[in-house]
Every structure is written in structure tokens, then in C-alpha cells.
Design a protein around this ligand. Structure first.
Ligand SMILES: [Zn+2]
Length: 238
């Protein structure tokens, strides 16, 4: 359990170091069983996502009740996590972040097309599958809104909340975190192409066949190690 808390806290730090969250906004969760999760909560001395500690990761149920000793509170938007876990029993982890690059690209109407391939296969495949958008920019602070977000994301694994941020899910904290990084990279490249006035062809069917899923050990685990080493290099590892 303490390892899992450290993993969730590390995900928060990676997202912050990679500019996917600003200061104190955003959270990560992982499922423990059918109706219990670990969620990044807010303590009275909260220093923001980049400085998340394992103690910030609290066990709660899907109604937001649980171990909040020490003055901790669940985030306002915990319903994003709980309603996704309710709607999709197979989901193991959820990330909610506010990446500026994704929000701006979406607000600018930039299309997330599959314009690149082996440069970043997971992000390329994300573009091909399509990224759903939840069109309201509201704070997700009720179960109803949480259900609407979960319905908008469906089985896509990722989604954009217009004027707000992103939600990604996964089989693991590592996978949900890497999907958030991939979505940010896809948005950055798409926006930059638009700024350059370019509208390249999308990847051809033939080429798409040669963009295999390289598997979780490569896409998630090895990249997770890389980003935790980056934290270490910056003196930010847990
Ligand atoms: Zn939010």
C-alpha cells in the first residue's frame, strides 16, 4: 500500500515537472478494489503537485469518504475519479490534469490528426483513435457531472475537458500518466503545425500497419523509469 501511495505521488510530481499541471490543481488516483481508491487529496500544508508526498495520497470510497485525518480534504473534483471507476470496472487508475498546451489547442479548434507516426507511436495511435471532448468548462463537483465526463470519455482512455483540462485512465498509474503526456505532446505538435500554416497528410493506411503497439513494458514502464530519473536528477524524487 505504501508503495502504491508513493507511485501515485510520483505521478503527480511527473505531471507537474512536465508542465501538465500548474501549482495545486490536478490529481491522480488508483483503484484498490471495487469501491476503494487511493486519491491525491489536499492537506492543510499543501505545496502543490510538484511537491506531493505519499501522505497526501488517501484511501477513500466512491462516495468520497475515508481516511482524511490530519485536516485532509478530497479535491472538489473527486467525482471525475469515482464516477469513472464506477462506470468502468476495468479501469485501475485515473489522471486529471490542467495542461495549458492541450487547453489552448482545443480552444483554438486545432484538430488532433494522425500526422506523425514512429516519432511517438502511442501519441500517433491516440490521434488515430480520436480524442473525445467534454464540451463544458465547469468544475466537476457533482456525481452527475462526473458521470457526464465518464460518458464523454467512454472507452477512449483519454478525454479533453474544454476550457479545463484532461482526463486519462489506464491499467496502471504509469499508463494513465504516460497517456496524459502523450495527449499533451499530440496537442503541442498539432498546434505548432497549425501555427506554421501546415496541413500535412495523415499517416497512410499502409504506414499505420507498421505502427504497432509496442506494449506496456516499453510504452509505460520504461518511460516511467525515465521520468522518475528526471525527478531524481532535479532532486525531486520521493
Ligand atoms: Zn480540474
Amino acid at each position: 500500500m505504501s508503495d502504491l501511495r508513493t507511485t501515485v505521488a510520483t505521478a503527480c510530481r511527473i505531471l507537474a515537472q512536465q508542465d501538465l499541471v500548474a501549482d495545486v490543481l490536478g490529481h491522480v488516483s488508483v483503484r484498490l478494489d471495487t469501491d476503494r481508491i487511493l486519491l491525491r487529496c489536499r492537506g492543510p500544508q499543501d505545496r502543490g503537485l510538484l511537491f506531493t508526498i505519499a501522505d497526501d495520497i488517501r484511501e477513500i470510497d466512491l462516495d468520497g469518504r475515508g481516511d482524511l485525518d490530519g485536516g485532509y480534504a478530497v479535491p472538489n473534483e473527486f467525482h471525475i475519479h469515482t464516477e469513472l471507476f464506477r462506470a468502468h470496472p476495468e479501469i485501475k487508475a485515473v489522471v486529471h490534469a490542467h495542461p495549458r498546451d492541450v487547453v489552448i489547442a482545443d480552444l483554438a479548434g486545432v484538430e488532433l490528426r494522425q500526422t506523425f507516426g514512429a516519432y511517438n507511436i502511442p501519441a500517433s495511435r491516440l490521434a488515430h483513435r480520436g480524442v473525445p471532448v467534454y464540451p463544458r468548462s465547469v468544475l466537476i463537483r457533482t456525481p452527475q457531472l462526473g458521470r457526464a465526463v465518464a460518458a464523454a470519455i467512454g472507452d477512449a482512455g483519454v478525454g479533453i475537458l474544454r476550457g479545463h483540462g484532461v482526463v486519462t485512465v489506464g491499467d496502471s498509474v504509469e499508463q494513465a500518466t504516460m497517456r496524459a503526456l502523450d495527449l499533451a505532446e499530440l496537442s503541442r505538435i498539432s498546434a505548432q503545425l497549425t501555427r506554421l500554416g501546415a496541413r500535412p497528410h495523415t499517416v497512410s493506411d499502409d504506414d499505420r500497419q507498421e505502427l504497432p503497439d509496442l506494449g506496456s513494458a516499453f510504452n509505460d514502464s520504461s518511460r516511467w523509469r525515465h521520468y522518475t530519473c528526471r525527478l531524481q536528477g532535479a532532486g525531486l524524487a520521493l
